[in-house]
Write a protein that binds this ligand. Structure first.
Ligand SMILES: NC(=O)c1ccc[n+]([C@@H]2O[C@H](COP(=O)([O-])OP(=O)(O)OC[C@H]3O[C@@H](n4cnc5c(N)ncnc54)[C@H](OP(=O)(O)O)[C@@H]3O)[C@@H](O)[C@H]2O)c1
Length: 336
């Protein structure tokens, strides 16, 4: 993605002179010393393989919170504007784009730049938006469903009848993973620390427990770790022989002491992953898998996107505060 000119701040400082007449500006989320603000920046110009999309909804994710705190810089070449997922309407197509056209509704995991009025990204990352999803719901779909699908199926090898435990199941990835595992015919146990939200997760088809009690509900063929340190070493005790653990989130702590003998005794397999750092072709492949396996279930109304709260772009800071506060069922969405 190219930029038509440098960003100018909402406060009006550091404003470069326009270099040509057709310049278009948009509003976007910007971090200034860890504070979430709104800046006016130049519209992105799509490269030959890119779509320019008018954003209708974009999710807030843990990575954005880390980036706001200066702890998770965007990959080289990615926009500094935050936002890893969006849905919207195609406004322009690059000369090499073949699949989508102006006016199509698309959604995607992007390397950054989603929390803005417009975003340009490689066409290979785009998925069509099922009619049953409105803009805000679709804006909260790509990151958590691609992450959950990749962790459960591509890495974790989930199959029908597997006993699965999902930690942190009330959040974005957790509600996606719970629905996917239930749809695949697994027996799903979900841990949720907030007792008031447990019934909502149970309605997705899981047996929901306080995180303190999950070991006795095992053994599990697959454990999806979205919380981190507090569930160790109990995860190993709750694992079946030859069980798998997939580590995706460590927001509650990343350092644990593990007895390797216990891992050996379970003949356990550990997987861990991030999505954002993968090469473009691999991220596109995840999108194709989700498109093929999950979108028909969305179309059929068997899978949906729980949205805890939506915020207009001008209130993005409040959206970030809502995400940080936790105690939510599903996603927090910004609507530009
Ligand atoms: N590796 C990847 O590629 C990848 C991709 C996406 C996300 N992630 C990571 O995966 C994690 C989950 O993402 P998300 O979007 O689902 O986040 P989320 O919506 O914030 O959900 C996190 C869930 O974990 C629960 N939780 C947090 N701390 C806990 C603790 N100490 N004990 C029990 N439960 C706890 C939260 O409960 P409360 O509401 O009670 O706090 C919440 O339900 C995050 O750490 C995120 O950064 C990784």
């Amino acid at each position: 993605m190219k930029c038509r000119m440098h960003a100018r701040s909402a406060a009006g400082g550091n404003t470069p002179k326009p270099v040509w007449g057709s310049l278009r500006f948009m509003r976007a989320v910007e971090f200034v010393d860890g504070t979430v603000t709104i800046a006016e920046i130049a519209d992105p110009i799509p490269e030959a393989t890119e779509l320019l999309v008018r954003v209708e909804g974009c999710g807030i994710n843990g990575a954005d919170i880390l980036q706001a705190g200066g702890n998770y810089p965007p990959p080289v070449g990615a926009p500094v504007t935050p936002g890893l997922e969006l849905a919207g309407v195609v406004e322009e197509v690059g000369s090499s784009c073949r699949r989508f056209g102006v006016g199509d509704r698309v959604m995607a995991v992007v390397p950054g730049g989603a929390q803005a009025e417009r975003c340009a990204f490689d066409e290979s990352l785009a998925m069509p938006v099922p009619d049953v999803l409105d803009g805000p719901m679709a804006g909260g779909f790509p990151e958590v469903f691609e992450t959950a699908f990749d962790a459960l199926f591509t890495q974790g090898g989930l199959t029908m009848g597997d006993r699965v435990c999902i930690h942190g199941a009330a959040g974005g990835v957790g509600t996606a993973a719970t629905q996917l595992a239930v749809a695949a015919g697994a027996t799903v146990t979900a841990t949720v620390r907030n007792s008031e939200i447990r019934s909502k997760v149970a309605a997705l088809g899981a047996t929901v427990l306080d995180p303190a009690n999950f070991v006795d509900a095992g053994p599990f063929d697959l454990i999806l770790e979205l919380v981190g340190a507090p569930n160790w070493p109990a995860n190993i005790h709750a694992l079946s022989i030859e069980g798998r653990i997939c580590i995706i989130g460590v927001g509650a702590g990343s350092k644990v002491e593990v007895n390797l003998v216990h891992l050996m005794g379970k003949r356990a397999k550990l997987f861990a992953s991030t999505l954002r750092a993968r090469p473009l072709a691999q991220r596109a492949q995840v999108a194709r898998r989700v498109e093929h396996h999950v979108l028909p279930l969305v179309d059929a109304g068997r899978i949906t996107v729980p949205v805890a709260d939506t915020f207009v772009l001008a209130d993005a800071a409040a959206g970030y505060d809502r995400f940080r506060a936790g105690n939510k069922f599903g996603k927090v969405i910004i609507v530009p």
